[in-house]
Structure formats: structure tokens, C-alpha cells
Ligand binder design. Structure first.
Ligand code: 7PJ
Length: 255
């Protein structure tokens, strides 16, 4: 899964793709480089980022998605109306970092469209999530949360085959908690849905290695290959060509 941020304030590419033309070109380049899914997001979810109105988020993502016909697109949003408009424009998957919690209508929108959904674990909200996250057992708590969100989605008419789950690396977790989640990825795969891992350029890599976002490729590749080797079906990344090579090598060894 290749990331396209259509936002002016994402930490990793600083609004470079705010312009729809450039976002589309970037998305198509990632698809050509081997991304199976392009994740289009119009609201930065980095810790403390400002929230964006529904209208503005739609204005950012829909023109881009409209121009990605022939590409499998997920929309990174927690807002049902944004998901609805994105699905109408051709997106196939709703990537909801709130796991269908922030907008009560989201589950109905996904079900009625027959869309795929990504259910991600997050503690609190993007504004509050990094305020001293504490867990007794982070792996067990994230697993239980995801099990409950799968149950919720299925009880509202989604099929299990429409659902992917994600431990939410960096969303309300310390460096050590992120590492624990990655060390026990198999725990999530046992819930019976494909597992997505998004660790690309995230701050736990920066903190561990002492690297700024633009210098986190090697660390990001290490996490992506680890994840692929330990049960992840989808890795959400910025550097698609490099990740495809790295993951292909791991798969060749595993065969
Ligand atoms: C994730 C995401 C992630 C899923 C972001 C960033 C922050 N969606 N959206 N999983 N991260 N499913 O890319 O640094 O980890 S935005």
C-alpha cells in the first residue's frame, strides 16, 4: 500500500502533493513501482495535527481518486461523508484509523458500498493519543480491541472477508510498545483477518535510530520486511519501489 497525502501539513512530505496533479502522478508512479493499493488521505493524522472540515477533506481527496481509475484506492478517513464521496469516485477500501468509532454512519457506508475496511487500533484521538500511553499488556489490549471491532463490523453486516486489521503503529504507543506489537504480530494474524502494518518513516524509527523523517528509509524497510515475514499481508509505505524489492526477497527466502 503506497501512501498519498493530499495535505498541507503531513510531516513526511510537507504538502508536496497538495496539488492534485502531483498527487495523481505520485500515486501512478507508486502503482507502477508495485503498490497494489494506493491510500489517499486528506487529513494529517500525525500527533497534534489540526483537524480538517468535511468539505475541505472531500475537496482534497475526491479529485485525486477520480483520476485513479484502474488503481485500487483506499481512502484514509474517519468521516463517513468523505468515505461515501471517495467510494463514489472509485475508491474500494475505507482505511479508518478509528476502526469505525468516530463516525457512527461509517459502518453503514462501508457495508452499503461493499467496500473493504481497515480497522486500526488507536488510543484516544490523534490530538491526545501520545499523552503518556499506558497499557498493562499492550499486545493483549490491542488484540482484544481489534477482536471487538471485527465483531462490531460483522454485527453490522460486513463480511469478515471485507476486513483487514492494523495494530496502529505510532497511534498512542511508546517506542517500546510499538516494538512489542511488531514482535508479536502473529497474535493479530490469529484473529483471522489480513493484517496491515504502517510503520513507514514513523517517529519510533526516528527515536530509535536518531533519524529525521527523510533519513528513515533503512529503518522503515527493516520494519516492513519483519512485518511481511511475521504475518502482515499489507504494508503501508511511502517508498514503494524499495519496499517491493525488500519484501520480494523475504518472500523468495520463505518459499
Ligand atoms: C496509518 C494509517 C497506519 C493505517 C496513517 C503516518 C500517519 N492507516 N494512516 N495504518 N498511519 N491503516 O503515515 O505516519 O499505521 S497516517
Amino acid at each position: 500500500m503506497g501512501v498519498v497525502n493530499v495535505t498541507p501539513d503531513s510531516f513526511s512530505d510537507a504538502g508536496a502533493f497538495l496539488d492534485a496533479d502531483r498527487a495523481v502522478a505520485h500515486a501512478l508512479a507508486m502503482a507502477k513501482a508495485g503498490a497494489d493499493i494506493i491510500d489517499v488521505g486528506g487529513e494529517s493524522t500525525r500527533p497534534g495535527a489540526a483537524s480538517v472540515s468535511e468539505e475541505e477533506e472531500i475537496r482534497r481527496v475526491v479529485p485525486v481518486i477520480n483520476r485513479l481509475r484502474g488503481v485500487t484506492v483506499s481512502v484514509d478517513t474517519t468521516k463517513a461523508v468523505v468515505a461515501e464521496r471517495a467510494l463514489a469516485a472509485g475508491a474500494r477500501i475505507v482505511n479508518d484509523i478509528s476502526a469505525l468509532r468516530f463516525d457512527t454512519r461509517m459502518v453503514d457506508v462501508a457495508r452499503d458500498a461493499g467496500a473493504g475496511v481497515v480497522l486500526m487500533h488507536m488510543r484516544g484521538t490523534p490530538q491526545t493519543m501520545q499523552a503518556e500511553p499506558r497499557y498493562d499488556d499492550v499486545v493483549a489490549e490491542v488484540r482484544d480491541f481489534l477482536a471487538k471491532r471485527i465483531e462490531f463490523a460483522v454485527s453490522h453486516g460486513l463480511k469478515k472477508s471485507q476486513i483487514a486489521i492494523d495494530p496502529g503503529i505510532g497511534f498512542g504507543k511508546t517506542v517500546e510498545q510499538n516494538l512489542a506489537l511488531l514482535a508479536h504480530l502473529d497474535t493479530f494474524a490469529s484473529l483471522g483477518c489480513p493484517v496491515l502494518v504502517g510503520a513507514s518513516r514513523k517517529s519510533f524509527i526516528g527515536k530509535l535510530l536518531g533519524r529525521e523523517p527523510q533519513d528513515r528509509l533503512a529503518g522503515s524497510l527493516a520494519v516492513a520486511t519483519w512485518a511481511a515475514a511475521h504475518g502482515a499481508s499489507i504494508v503501508r509505505v511511502h517508498d514503494v519501489a524499495e519496499t517491493v524489492d525488500a519484501v520480494r526477497m523475504v518472500e523468495a527466502i520463505q518459499k
